[in-house]
Design a binder for this molecule. Structure first.
Ligand code: FPP
Length: 265
């Protein structure tokens, strides 16, 4: 079921190009359940509408020039939800791959998976690997799908692999650990968005998000449309990122500009 929201009706409004666009945006898509409850609908309706919104936001990310997007679709903690809901989220991922892969590919989206495939039904795990393989040469938007992902779990795996590789303790630096993270070849997220009025990272990109700007909104994920996404990117452009330095240092380095690192992939 797809419900036409206020935001989706306004979707076509032309928006001016952004002065500063974050290169990597990560999103905690929260509030599907509350969106549904507010309407007297089952939680499944919230997840379905959340999935519909995800399509919109992926397209908006391509439109606005975001180069990397990481979405929190299923956390290692989500296994403790009722079995029916867990199964639904698995089915949604499979459905997104079955129905959207072609269009995502045509839009130049490179799908990547971050998290563990162990524990996921074999057929789904195979589809995830195939979808990543099918889109591997696309360059317009890298879409990291965090599925069966946990930030602490990622660090545990990194440490295990560092030990397995026989790296001496004195040779381990931040760069070493970074090399063993799922996102080792990507810049850290510039901006983390969390919908539904919560102010937590909930085990999402806890290593990579050390210096990310955070945008939170009361809006539930299914209603977080293109317009508010654009506003979040505008707000990011107005933030001053100091990376632990003082304002004076940033002024000296960037000549009084915002201090946002200008990078390209
Ligand atoms: C949090 O809302 C959302 C999730 C746990 C799942 C997010 C999934 C989607 C948006 C659908 C797209 C999914 C895939 C697999 C591509 P919540 O259920 O915790 O909401 P609540 O806090 O209001 O109960």
């Amino acid at each position: 079921m797809t419900v036409m929201t206020r935001e989706s009706r306004r979707e076509r409004v032309a928006l001016p190009p952004l002065d500063k666009c974050p290169e990597h945006v990560a999103i905690i898509m929260d509030g599907n359940g509350r969106w549904a409850r507010q309407r007297g609908l089952p939680r499944s309706a919230g997840h379905r509408q959340g999935t519909e919104n995800l399509r919109r936001i992926i397209r908006a990310a391509v439109e606005f020039g975001v180069r990397i997007m990481t979405i929190y679709a299923f956390s290692t903690e989500n296994w403790s939800r009722p079995r029916r809901e867990v199964m639904l989220l698995m089915r949604i991922l499979e459905m997104v791959i079955d129905r959207e892969l072609q269009e995502l590919d045509e839009e130049g989206v490179q799908i990547r998976h971050i998290g563990e495939l162990d524990g996921i039904q074999q057929r789904l795990a195979r589809k995830v690997v195939e979808a990543c393989d099918y889109t591997r040469d696309n360059q317009r938007l890298i879409l990291n799908v965090a599925f069966n992902y946990g930030g602490r779990d990622e660090i545990v795996h990194a440490v295990q692999n560092i030990v397995r590789a026989g790296i001496a303790p004195e040779d381990i630096t931040e760069a070493t650990i970074n090399n063993y993270m799922y996102t080792s070849d990507l810049p850290d997220p510039d901006l983390i968005i969390r919908t539904s009025g919560e102010f937590r990272l909930s085990n999402f990109l806890i290593w990579q998000g050390a210096y990310s700007e955070i945008y939170t909104t009361e809006t539930y994920w299914p209603d977080f449309g293109r317009g508010e996404f654009y506003q979040a990117l505008v707000e990011y452009g107005n933030r001053r990122r100091r990376f632990g330095k003082t304002d004076d240092q940033i002024d000296a380095e960037f000549g009084g500009r915002t201090g946002i690192k200008e990078r390209s992939l």
